[in-house]
Ligand binder design. Structure first.
Ligand SMILES: CC(C)(COP(=O)(O)OP(=O)(O)OC[C@H]1O[C@@H](n2cnc3c(N)ncnc32)[C@H](O)[C@@H]1OP(=O)(O)O)[C@@H](O)C(=O)NCCC(=O)NCCS
Length: 188
C-alpha cells in the first residue's frame, strides 16, 4: 500500500501529491505556523515533504508518510498530517499535524487526528502513538490532550531548531486506551 484515503464528517485525509506543493507552502511558510516547528523558506521545502512519501510503501520502518487535510465543503487543502513509523518492531508511530491559520479553531485538527489514530490502531495495528511539542506551543498541547494523549516526558533543551535549544514535551496513547477515548469522543 502506497497511499491512504480516510474520511471524516467534514474532512478528507489523503496521501499528499505533487500538485499539493503550492497549497502546503502557502501556510507552512508563514511565521506563525513555523513558530514552533520548521518554517518553510522555499517551495523546495514543501516539495521535499512530498518527495519523502513518494515511492515508499506505507508503514515502512523509519520513514514518514504525509496526508493532506482537505475540507470537503470546498476549502481545498487546509493542512497536513505526518506519520513517522518508528520502533524496531514497527508497532509504534509518531504523529504530527499542521492546519492553516484561517482554518484553526474549528475542531478540524481534532477531527483529523482522531481519524488518523483510528486508522493507526485499527488497520495498521499500532501498539503506541506519540507526539511531541515545544511546551510554549499551547495549541498543540491542547490538541494532544483533547485527543486523549497523556504527558509522559519533559525533555530540557533537547531539540535544536537551527537557532536555539528548546524544551520538548512528549505525549503518548496506547492501543488499550484507545477504545475509551474513541467512545468519549462519540459522547458515549
Ligand atoms: C496545533 C494546531 C494543529 C491546532 O489547531 P486547532 O485549530 O487549535 O485545533 P482544533 O482543530 O482541534 O480546534 C480546537 C479549537 O476549535 C474549537 N472548535 C470549534 N468548533 C469545534 C468543533 N466542531 N469541534 C471541536 N472543536 C471545535 C475548540 O473549542 C478549540 O478552541 P480553543 O483552542 O479555543 O479551545 C494548530 O495550532 C497549528 O497548525 N499550529 C501550527 C503548526 C504547529 O505548531 N503544529 C504542531 C507542531 S508540534
Amino acid at each position: 500500500m502506497k497511499s491512504i484515503q480516510l474520511e471524516t464528517e467534514r474532512l478528507l485525509l489523503r496521501t499528499v501529491r505533487e500538485e499539493d506543493v503550492p497549497a502546503i507552502y502557502a501556510y507552512r511558510s508563514r511565521a506563525d505556523v513555523g513558530k514552533y516547528q520548521t518554517r518553510y523558506r522555499r517551495l523546495a521545502d514543501a516539495r521535499r515533504l512530498i518527495k519523502r512519501v513518494r515511492g515508499i510503501a506505507l508503514n515502512t520502518p523509519n520513514t514518514w508518510h504525509q496526508l493532506a487535510v482537505i475540507e470537503k465543503s470546498g476549502g481545498g487543502l487546509i493542512g497536513d498530517l505526518g506519520i513517522h513509523f518508528t520502533g524496531k518492531e514497527n508497532r509504534q508511530a509518531e504523529i504530527a499535524y499542521t492546519i492553516a491559520p484561517e482554518y484553526q479553531g474549528k475542531g478540524y485538527a481534532t477531527e483529523a487526528v482522531l481519524r488518523m489514530m483510528g486508522f493507526l490502531f485499527g488497520k495498521l495495528r499500532k501498539h503506541r502513538l506519540v507526539a511531541t511539542a515545544d511546551p510554549r506551543n499551547k495549541s498543540s498541547i491542547k490538541l494532544m490532550e483533547r485527543v486523549g494523549m497523556r504527558r509522559e516526558a519533559y525533555f530540557r533543551k533537547s531539540f535544536w531548531t537551527g537557532t536555539e535549544w528548546t524544551d520538548d514535551v512528549l505525549y503518548a496513547l496506547l492501543k488499550e486506551e484507545w477504545p475509551v477515548i474513541k467512545n468519549i469522543k462519540k459522547g458515549r
